[in-house]
Design a protein around this ligand. Structure first.
Ligand code: PDD
Length: 284
């Protein structure tokens, strides 16, 4: 079956989907994006992603190309046309097409692209059973990573450095040696006191939608949660470490910079929170 994309108001064959050479997303990274997980035909954290999208657009003064209710209809149609049961929906909105020049163009119409991608849930689940290994890298990103822009070069460099080092991913740290987040996930630990720790959602991290849901679920289940940054040393000596994101849900980190976390197997809390999160989304 052929893949279908959505580009500026039209469903098109994926192979023929394209943007203009002077799209500002392409020229300047003047664009925002969102990623939704789809499992068993369900969009995970659907509303949370719309809320963050609205915020990202507002922060960059890009007008939404359509209202969020209309967008949800288009996304459902995209899922249907791609017969997507498990996978991802990717959205990107750029400021539009205009002669290449730095100031915001006076009359550009924001462009919207959507794609859907199949993914085998069994491979993500297998990864969660095993856990992932990370290295730490300096966070070299700009000061507004809370806006979900397509400017991801430092993230890509850190991810590639991790792969070159033979591990799965990288956690980024700031000038005070505090972990900010992963290359495309929020970072968490369970500290020596058994408290769940994750950095507060300031301008230094992306306000992960999965992070928000997991935080609420963990609090609801009676776990101690502290939105407080942790150092690299605290991460290495943590009882547990894990990541949250639309693509990983909750996945344990079992090694940081070559240091094995606890017994080297995914921690109990990480596994439990993954289960609670998947259950909550499936029944939402
Ligand atoms: N990444 N931090 C960063 C830097 C991210 O890029 C992401 C998401 C997250 C987690 O956010 P959420 O829980 O809303 O997915 C945190 C997406 C999945 C990506 O770039 O593919």
């Amino acid at each position: 079956m052929s893949r279908i994309a959505y580009v500026d108001g039209r469903f098109v064959q994926f192979a023929h989907a394209c943007v203009h050479v002077e799209d500002r997303g392409l020229q300047f990274g003047d664009a925002v994006y969102e990623v939704w997980a789809v499992r068993h035909g369900k969009l995970f954290d659907e509303q949370g992603h719309y809320a963050r999208l609205t915020r990202s657009l507002g922060e960059l003064s890009i007008s939404p190309p359509m209202g969020m209710n209309s967008l949800s209809i288009v996304i459902r149609e995209l899922i249907k046309r791609n017969r997507l049961t498990n996978g991802l929906v990717y959205l990107q909105i750029s400021r539009g097409v205009a002669k290449r020049d730095h100031p915001f163009p006076a009359h550009a119409t924001p462009s919207l692209i959507l794609t859907a991608r199949h993914a085998n849930p069994a491979s993500a689940d297998a990864k969660a059973v095993k856990g992932i290994k990370v290295i730490t890298r300096p966070d070299e990103r700009w000061g507004r990573v809370d806006i979900k822009t397509t400017n991801l070069l430092p993230n890509l460099l850190a991810r590639q450095a991790a792969l070159d080092a033979g591990v799965d991913d990288a956690w980024l740290y700031d000038r005070d040696d505090l972990i900010t987040e992963g290359t495309a996930q929020n970072a968490w630990i369970v500290d020596a006191q058994g408290t769940l720790r994750t950095r507060p959602a300031t301008h230094e991290i992306l306000r992960g939608i999965t992070r928000q849901s997991v935080l609420a679920l963990a609090q609801g289940a009676g776990f101690q949660v502290d939105e407080r940054a942790f150092t690299r040393a605290e991460a290495r000596s943590a009882r547990e470490a894990f990541i949250t994101s639309a693509t990983s849900f909750v996945t344990a980190v079992v090694e940081i910079d070559g240091t094995v976390i606890a017994d080297g197997r995914p921690g109990k809390l990480a596994l439990l929170l993954r289960q609670i999160y998947l259950q909550a989304q499936n029944t939402a």
